[in-house]
Design a protein around this ligand. Structure first.
Ligand code: GLY
Ligand code: MN
Ligand code: MN
Length: 470
């Protein structure tokens, strides 16, 4: 076995931040963790498969994905398949993980990856290559992907169970079909193809739902980076700027701090756009007196962060904006209090809805007379039409069973909102107030911790930050 030291790369983005007067020096970014943590995940998966296979051997397959062309010969930035990366930490396209599991759940694993190619590497960068991949990423063996069509049919012969990413991509599907056909062609020689097929995604989702220490560390870093980007965006906001200019501040901060990407398209929604749930930053000019809603988060080493803040373009809330904001903030506090081990995933949503209904009734904005009636008739859905959260992890809307009770190590978002579109039922002063407050909650032994609170949520603190007082 190779050494278990975790390789890490440090980047120093100090120079970038020294140009930005209001920003603090960032923490150095730890490199992606790969090695022992990923091997342990593969071992845990092998044990879970053995528990399902009744003492019969199995093969597990995962695929990293292919580069996809954007136009002509110009590819989209490659983003690995989340399940593959969770199990391997290996970042290149065209790589396959193959795990053989014996009757007792012990595994041997191998990686098939792109071979070294001096000609291609001049254009695309250095590849790890099969000669180094096993030692560097803690596999038992590694081979060139050019060997896989020859090896896989042999590896699958007489293995009763195959765990693979079924129905996820046509590329994977056609390769799997080809390999299985070759196995079946050997039936007359007394050989058998796998007859029981399990979904890799379903099994890995159970593992990914509870984050391990390495994942939590990365998610905390991603959360801190996104919080800093939101602070900079708040400070940059003023009437006369366009939504895309605020998006540029966010993107500059994400990449400047070392995040690889956005976790999803940034939502920068001014005035009437604040009532469109997923409005992507456009060309609209921000105006005095309007709200700005920013829902944006970076992806770091494959892990998402997801933050929303809503604030007045001018830096001071109007009485109506403040009244609605206070209701949403109280709803988020209630959802936080409901986020604790043993609670149902729906508990934070139910807590938030009750507070939103109470606030809307007190403002006279709902036809219902009581909270119970508003919930029963769903009258609140005119102003609050989405759920209060989702699992968060490698994917912004992460995998995981929503019927699982909350447990330490799970991460979910808490994101209540109110969206007051123009309507004859509403006093005009409330028109186009769209407010969502979203933080990322790590479930702990005691309750939960909001890991995105590096950006303020208190309305006075937001006004102070925008006025340069913080
Ligand atoms: N950013 C998408 C969401 O909050 O679900
Ligand atoms: Mn979200
Ligand atoms: Mn969001």
């Amino acid at each position: 076995m190779v050494s278990l030291t975790t390789p890490s790369v440090e980047s120093d983005s100090t120079a970038f931040f020294e140009q930005l007067p209001e920003c603090h020096r960032p923490e150095p970014v730890a490199g992606p963790v790969h090695g022992e943590a990923h091997r342990q995940r593969r071992q845990a998966l092998a044990r879970a498969v053995a528990a399902r296979s009744n003492g019969r051997p199995a093969v597990i397959l995962a695929f990293s994905g292919k580069e996809i062309l954007r136009n002509r010969d110009n590819p989209y930035a490659f983003r690995f398949n989340s399940d593959f990366f969770y199990l391997t930490g290996f970042p290149e396209p065209d790589a396959w993980l193959v795990i053989r599991v014996d009757a007792h759940g012990a595994m041997t694993d191998r990686l098939y990856c792109l071979p070294r190619d001096p000609e291609r590497e001049i254009w695309d960068g250095v590849r790890v290559g099969p000669e180094k991949a096993a030692a560097r990423y803690f596999f038992d063996e590694s081979f060139s992907v050019s060997e896989i069509d020859k090896d896989l049919p042999e590896l699958l012969i007489d293995q009763p169970m195959l765990v693979a990413p079924w129905a996820e991509s046509e590329t994977v599907e056609s390769r799997l079909t080809g390999w299985l056909r070759q196995c079946r062609a050997k039936a007359r020689a007394g050989k058998k193809a796998p007859s029981e097929l399990l979904s890799l995604g379903d099994l890995v989702a159970q593992q990914r739902l509870r984050k391990d220490e390495a994942e939590i560390q990365t998610m905390r870093q991603a959360a801190a980076m996104s919080a800093k980007a939101h602070c900079l965006a708040m400070q940059a906001t003023q009437p006369g700027l366009a939504e895309h200019a605020i998006e540029a501040v966010l993107l500059n901060a994400f990449r400047g701090q070392g995040a690889e990407s956005v976790a999803y398209g940034s939502i920068v929604a001014s005035g009437p756009h604040s009532c469109i749930l997923h409005h992507r930053a456009g060309h609209r000019i921000l105006r005095e007196g309007e709200m700005l809603l920013i829902d944006a988060g970076c992806e770091l080493h494959g892990y998402a962060s997801d933050i929303t803040r809503s604030f007045p373009v001018s830096g001071r809330f109007s009485p109506e904006q403040r009244a609605v904001y206070d209701i949403v903030l109280a709803a988020q506090e209630a959802s936080k209090a409901a986020t604790k081990p043993g609670a149902a995933f729906t508990a934070p949503h139910e807590a938030a809805v009750a507070v939103l209904c109470k606030g809307l009734i007190e403002l006279g904005l709902l036809p219902s007379k009581t909270v119970e009636e508003a919930i029963e008739t769903e009258s609140y859905k005119t102003y609050y039409m989405h759920r209060t959260g989702h699992w968060l992890g490698m994917d912004v809307h992460d995998v995981g069973d929503y019927s699982e009770p909350l447990a330490p190590g799970m991460v979910l978002t808490l994101e209540p909102g109110l969206y007051l579109r123009p309507s004859p039922e509403l006093p005009e002063a409330f028109w186009n107030i769209g407010i969502r407050i979203e933080d990322d909650a790590l479930v702990t032994e005691q309750g939960c911790e909001l890991i995105t609170r590096g950006v303020p949520v208190d309305p006075q603190a937001i006004e102070d930050l925008m006025a340069g007082r913080a």
